[in-house]
Design a protein around this ligand. Structure first.
Ligand code: F6R
Length: 607
């Protein structure tokens, strides 16, 4: 989604803004722009496509102002082109915006009737005109911005600059995140701490409904009623140091290879390996005292939650309702006070997941947030943060955050089982030991990359792929299909293997690769039957299994990827790795933009 940067600085800010926008690239964008004010003149450069286009424009025709705002745009209203790119201007007002102004049509009609002309198709331009209309009524910039903000409905983060005041940026937040960074005689605004990391590690996150008057040596935050409010100033970790591809070609490749380490960190946060039990960390609820668990999330995080459902129900006998957050928030699910709720999100900012959390909050449920960004809104609005210790995930396609989410859910399932007395003390110890071995197995699995690259070469030739799995491998089949779709643009579907004959089998012919995820577990034989059905119709099978599974496959495969023998609990965490590598190498062969695939955003802060 869109990224925002603002600097009230001491030297020309345009190069710094472009640099900060580069660190927001991971969020996904399709055009970008920067505006500065220099000696009373407001100027901007905007470009469609990648930031390099904007950078070239600025190099050819520099912007020298020491105050400026910048933006990476992920199109919602209007196509991605230069005219729709931000900043938008109106009579000396410059604006950048992340989110959606829901009442924009009504405001646009009202402003057009007042004689304001629109040069773009965006919802953002109405905000620029609204502010400018307030100024024309004789208000000062701060009052004008406040009046305009009060008219807006929807989700937005905004930065506003005024031609007549070279020491003022107004930031506002209602939904998408916005942080203020403190410098020495300069101040910064940014969509997240990653954007601000090279400038400062002292930041304040605005809360929903906040707006901030940012000057070089002064910051004042107000609520929507115009009352001054105090917000915590906090130290952000120097994550800019970590945001680097190292020796890898893509962030996604690097993040796949970081998994042994980050899974290990995550597990160690929850589990006491020495004593074979859970650590006494702060929990949102007591698993022994709830009789249902609601889990909600989007995309890959939802699929992690779905695997979690199998674990909680199997080991802790705890029934789980799991929903895609965009459905959960509107389906008016009755909530039982005896339930707990878990929300899973890498970014902690996903609009639908946040709305589901608020629905459960209104229903009085205790809330836990499995998040990677601890300062995020979902984290802040929960009763307890259950962190994934994946570190910043920059590749748009989630990899290490997914396996860390699984590591948290597996740890919580063991904790729940022990608390509810559904496993013995010995079984608890055994499960904790199995989890402790996951990082070592993950390193072994990564060694299969050459074979997986070879399979990917084949996949890069086809138009459609089917993924099959049973039990926890069914959500993993869907995750495999999702990964392949999003970064290689090959059409892929993930199905429960048992569903094959209820429809998708009609798709099978000699051109259809079918990737089967099937460790040799208690239902392996059932999956072999499904493979036979595929083989009988000429489908090309790529089997991901273990040694026993490979021996017992009894069907001809195009390729068999043999994984280490791993315990059932940890298998989904480890089988996620070949699935990620397959998508990664296929995308590399296809020549797509692996880290920033088309149309996708890392942090989905609109519905
Ligand atoms: C897919 C992917 C997305 C996210 C989804 C939720 O690779 O990354 O499907 O999982 O947009 O995002 P978060 O986890 O930030 O809530």
């Amino acid at each position: 989604m869109c990224g925002i940067v603002g600097i009230v600085g001491q030297s020309p800010v345009a190069p710094l803004i472009v640099d900060a926008l580069k660190r927001l690239e991971y969020r996904g964008y399709d055009s970008a722009g920067v505006a500065t004010i220099e000696q009373g003149k407001l100027s901007r450069r905007r470009a469609e496509g990648k930031l390099i286009n904007l950078q070239r424009l600025i190099e050819a025709d520099p912007l020298d102002g020491t105050i400026g705002i910048g933006h990476t745009r992920w199109a919602t209203h209007g196509v991605p082109n230069e005219t729709n790119a931000h900043p938008h201007f109106s009579n000396g007002v410059a604006i950048v915006h992340n989110g959606i102004i829901e009442n924009f049509a009504e405001l646009r009609a009202e402003l057009a009737a007042d004689g304001y002309e629109f040069t773009s198709q965006t919802d953002t331009e109405v905000v620029a005109h609204l502010v400018s209309r307030e100024l024309s009524r004789g208000l000062d910039p701060v009052k004008a911005a406040h009046n305009a903000l009060k008219r807006l409905e929807g989700a937005f983060a905004l930065a506003i600059m005024f031609k007549g005041d070279e020491d003022l940026i107004i930031g506002a937040r209602n939904g998408p995140p916005l942080a203020v960074g403190y410098g020495e005689g300069e101040m910064f605004l940014g969509s997240d701490a990653i954007a601000l990391a090279p400038f400062t590690n002292a930041i304040t996150y605005l809360e929903d409904g906040d707006w901030a008057v940012v000057r070089r040596s002064r910051l004042q935050i107000y609520d929507m009623a115009g009352e001054p409010v105090e917000r915590k100033r906090q130290q952000s970790i120097g994550i800019s140091l970590l945001v680097d591809k190292g020796n890898y070609r893509h962030f996604m490749e690097k993040e796949i290879h970081e998994q042994p380490e980050v899974i290990s960190h995550t597990l160690a946060h929850y589990l006491d390996f020495a004593n074979g039990t859970s650590k006494p960390i702060e929990m949102p609820f007591d698993f022994a005292k709830i009789d249902r668990l609601a889990i909600s999330a989007c995309g890959t995080a939802y699929l992690a939650g779905l695997i979690g459902k199998y674990w909680f129900e199997r080991h802790a006998r705890l029934p789980v309702d799991i929903d895609i957050a965009s459905e959960f928030r509107y389906r008016e699910m009755p909530l039982s006070k005896a339930s707990g709720a878990l929300f899973v999100s890498q970014s902690g900012e996903t609009a639908d997941t946040l709305a589901s959390l608020r629905y459960c909050r209104a229903g009085g449920l205790p809330i836990g947030a499995i998040v990677n960004v601890r300062e995020s809104t979902i984290a802040r609005e929960s009763d307890a943060i259950l962190p994934t210790l994946a570190g910043p995930e920059i590749g748009v396609a989630s990899t290490k955050a997914f396996t860390c989410q699984l590591a948290v859910l597996a740890s919580l399932a063991v904790r729940a089982a022990a608390a509810r007395g559904t496993i013995s003390r010995d079984k608890e110890k055994a499960l904790v030991r199995q989890l402790s071995e996951t990082p070592r197995f993950a390193s072994q699995v990564l060694k299969l990359q050459d074979q997986i690259e070879k399979v990917a070469r084949e996949l890069a030739q086809v138009k459609h792929v089917l993924y099959l799995g049973r039990d926890t491998n069914y959500p993993l089949a869907m995750e495999g299909a999702l990964k392949l779709k999003e970064i290689s643009y090959i059409h892929a579907e993930g199905y429960a293997a048992g569903e094959l004959k209820h429809g998708p089998i009609a798709l099978i012919d000699e051109n259809m690769p079918v990737i089967v995820i099937a460790p040799h577990d208690r239902i392996y034989e059932k999956t072999v039957s499904n493979m036979q059905e595929v083989a009988a119709r000429g489908g090309k099978i790529i089997l991901i299994t273990d040694k026993k599974g490979a021996e017992a496959a009894s069907v001809k495969t195009l390729e068999t990827i043999v994984m280490p023998d791993v315990p059932e609990l940890v298998a989904p965490i480890l089988y996620a790795l070949p699935v990620q590598l397959l998508a990664y190498y296929t995308a590399v062969f296809m020549g797509t933009d692996v880290d920033q695939p088309r149309n996708l955003a890392k942090s989905v802060t609109v519905e």
